[in-house]
Design a binder for this molecule. Structure first.
Ligand SMILES: [Zn+2]
Length: 189
């Protein structure tokens, strides 16, 4: 049976480091970190991590008075299988889901941001970078782009590029659960 426990000091330290370096906007916002003993599986993929927003009644029941707060859920088995660089990338990824927006009244509201990109490998294989978010993603990955035509860009990895430098393996690209209040990262089993 899956049970839950607190994160170790080492994990919390890693999260603090990534937050300080890249997510200063989360400063002062409550972020709970919880480990489950066994990773969940969604659509045949192991869930590496899950970003949640606890609000309303759940926040009240958590003795937070209804104030929304973030929860980062990780799993012992999935975490153990990751290299240190992948752990840091996973943390960085999950923290990207945690965002704060300011309303017209000036109130700050925490929310979960969706991924910048969702697409099928088959479509990119057949159609190339056919829309702006795909182009932005490829540029972010610093993938060399062959072919100048906007309607026919192809992605190929540089042959002299060292894949070992990549912060996260291709098979660790996250998938969104698409459910309100949570976002998950999956890796093929
Ligand atoms: Zn994600």
């Amino acid at each position: 049976m899956t049970t839950y426990h607190a994160a170790t000091e080492a994990v919390l330290k890693l999260i603090q480091k990534v937050q300080r370096e890249h997510h200063m906007e989360l400063d002062g916002w409550k972020l709970e970190v919880v480990f489950r003993t066994e990773a969940a599986r969604t659509k045949g993929k192991t869930v590496l991590g899950k970003a949640r927003l606890v609000s309303g009644l759940n926040s009240y029941l958590a003795r937070e008075g209804g104030n929304a707060f973030f929860v980062l859920e990780l799993a012992d088995d999935a975490w153990d299988a990751l290299r240190e660089s992948q752990r840091e990338a996973l943390i960085d990824h999950e923290l990207c889901h945690f965002q704060i927006k300011t309303t017209e009244d000036g109130d700050e509201i925490p929310y979960l941001a969706p991924h910048d990109l969702e697409e099928f490998n088959d479509i990119v294989r057949r159609r190339g970078l056919w829309k702006p978010d795909l182009v932005a993603f490829a540029e972010a990955a610093q993938l060399p782009l062959f072919g100048k035509a906007l309607d026919g860009w192809k992605i190929e990895r540089s042959s002299n590029g060292d894949p070992g430098d990549r912060p996260i393996d291709k098979d660790l690209q996250g998938v969104a659960a698409g459910r309100r209040g949570e976002a998950t990262e999956g890796a093929p089993a």
